[in-house]
Design a protein around this ligand. Sequence first.
Ligand SMILES: Cc1cc2nc3c(=O)[nH]c(=O)nc-3n(C[C@H](O)[C@H](O)[C@H](O)COP(=O)(O)OP(=O)(O)OC[C@H]3O[C@@H](n4cnc5c(N)ncnc54)[C@H](O)[C@@H]3O)c2cc1C
Length: 380
Amino acid sequence: MEFGWTSDQEALRGKLQAFLDASLPADWETIASLSPGSQAVTDFSREFCPQLAEAGMLCSHWPEEHGGSDASAWDHFIIGELLWGAGEPRGPQYYNVNWIGPTILAYGTEEQKAQHLARMREGNVVWCQGFSEPSGGSDLAAIRTRAVRQPGGDGRYLVNGQKIWTSYARLAEFCFLVVKTGDARRDVSVFLLPMDRPGITVRPIDSVVGDGDLHEVFFDDVEVFEAERLGPEGKGWEVIRYSLDFERVGIPRYALALRTLHRAVAELQREGSFIAEAEQDAALALARCEAARMLVYETVDKRMRERPDTGSASMARYAVVCAERQVADFVLDWTPHLFTSDDAPMVATHHKRAIAAGLAAGAAEIQLNLVARDVLGLGV
Ligand SMILES: Cc1cc2nc3c(=O)[nH]c(=O)nc-3n(C[C@H](O)[C@H](O)[C@H](O)COP(=O)(O)OP(=O)(O)OC[C@H]3O[C@@H](n4cnc5c(N)ncnc54)[C@H](O)[C@@H]3O)c2cc1C
């Protein structure tokens, strides 16, 4: 079976590739290897995203009334696939375009849409996402950070607690923040919090994923207001689920895995050492990447047809993690020297991202639990 692109989709791919060829600098791969949360990539994204917006390819899938062009989920996905394969020059701003913006579109008040969507579609604002805590990662309902409504009827809350593993927090202007607002397990609310509010402390965490990517964020009597709450108080679980369904297939990670695999195979061919055993391993890695691609496409297709997801996002996510790991293993086994080669900076980048992939946006094992429950009906 072959899933080809239509001529319009081929034209979009050609347009974006030409745009990338013209706008990415010669040393782009070296910059990209620093991680999306680094100062260098974030700075680059602030130049790149406005140009991409100008060319109509940053938020084209958003509704026309909010500055998009009502492009299909497929067109948006084609753009994301090429950009991720190229090292994600949108930097941390891919968050905005892929799921924070769409979640504000779905749940935001008119004032919130007016305040936030314009800057996102212009491509010059960085957000972070405050979900995980030391007490709550996979079990998000176990978070302890709390927003307590203050007396006086002025819609003011005070937030106290701590987030952890927060990508991009050091450079972010806003946080998509999940907090407890009541005592029931899922009594949580989402706030769109400016990161310059007094009482917020950000501390970087050194990690393999790269400079500037992970942080602890502390909240000490931080004021936040009703007008900054996204959706009704205590109903944040629905907002989070909406956002996470986008996030799980939001990054076409197999695109960089495929590129890395091709790079490693080219190296083996150049050296004359692409022996039968390596060919078999390469074929297995390729099959995993293609399986991931097809499962992700199935999820995009379901969205296009507004059909229920029923676990396909989790299945696709798990397949993507497997594909990344298979490619990382292939490179480790057959071309380990590429990890330190100046000619192939994205190979090491892929490896670092593959290590983290099974955790970020929901651990791989949790995706399997969801598949067992939603696809196999095992009642986990
Ligand atoms: C690169 C990176 C970027 C991240 N960025 C952000 C961010 O911007 N914002 C944010 O909020 N968070 C972020 N995270 C955190 C991420 O969402 C969490 O790491 C993830 O949800 C897992 O939570 P945890 O780390 O607390 O691990 P735990 O939940 O403690 O899990 C530890 C291990 O136990 C397994 N496990 C746990 N529960 C079960 C179960 N019920 N069944 C089977 N296995 C289970 C998990 O699969 C995992 O292998 C990021 C993480 C990474 C690696």
